[in-house]
Ligand binder design. Structure first.
Ligand code: ADP
Ligand code: 5GP
Length: 199
């Protein structure tokens, strides 16, 4: 393939993005994107692996120098995706996988329209609620907020290239892998390989 793919997995909280993301990384060895943040490292977190930890001043300098593919303020801290490592991977033929919320997916698509955006959704909103509860990580308040956002997020479907209904986790992961494989086979992603054969 000429260039690597930039694949974005998005969707509402609880739909299974994180689960599918980990499985796809495990199965494909695709590159992860390491974000930059201004929040303090938690015990055990390693700079350059979990995040690139920066001061707010350093972060603002990175914004001014247009070094981000997307950036957002989350819970009083900044988080962003640095462009350089992503494009270094893509330019060297390595595929990069992202797991981001719908706002993040929109920002990435704006800056890099060739990105392949996959929306992960549960078969129903009732099932989304069951999964959020079952995960056991959210308060009642936070579950209500996340469910309240979910319909709005699904309403942004036009931003996306694919939708994968996460009914059964093995089947849903397989469908994401099939999408990635099909994208790798697109003629437009193999022009160099084709023209060199034609020489
Ligand atoms: P997200 O990253 O989109 O917030 P998670 O990957 O954390 O979602 O999944 C939410 C919860 O649902 C987790 O407890 C996860 O183990 C569970 N889960 C994910 N996919 C499925 C599935 N296909 N069937 C049942 N439970 C699932
Ligand atoms: P945490 O501080 O718990 O690691 O992450 C807090 C939140 O920031 C999570 O919702 C996470 O998805 C979000 N986040 C982490 N990295 C990025 C990023 O690069 N861009 C955006 N937009 N959000 C991020």
């Amino acid at each position: 393939m000429d260039k690597g793919l930039l694949v974005v997995i998005s969707g509402p909280s609880g739909a299974g993005k994180g689960t599918i993301y980990s499985r796809v990384i495990e199965r494909t060895g695709m590159q992860r994107s390491v974000s930059v943040t201004t929040r303090a490292p938690r015990p055990g977190e390693v700079d350059g692996i979990d995040y690139f930890f920066k001061t707010e001043e350093q972060y603002q300098q990175m914004i001014a120098a247009d070094e981000f593919l997307e950036t957002a303020a989350v819970y009083n801290n900044f988080y962003g995706t640095p462009k350089a490592p992503v494009f270094d991977n893509i330019d060297n033929g390595r595929d990069v996988l992202f797991e981001v919320d719908v706002h993040g997916a929109r920002s990435i698509k704006r800056k890099y329209p060739e990105a392949i955006a996959i929306f992960v959704m549960t078969p129903s909103f009732e099932e989304l609620e069951r999964r959020l509860r079952g995960r056991g990580t959210e308060t009642e308040n936070s579950i209500a907020t996340r469910l309240g956002s979910a319909k709005n997020e699904l309403g942004k479907y036009e931003l996306f290239d694919y939708i994968v209904f996460n009914d059964n986790i093995d089947d849903a992961t397989e469908r994401v892998l099939e999408i990635i494989n099909a994208e790798r086979c697109r003629v437009k992603n193999n022009i160099n390989a084709i023209t060199s054969l034609l020489k």
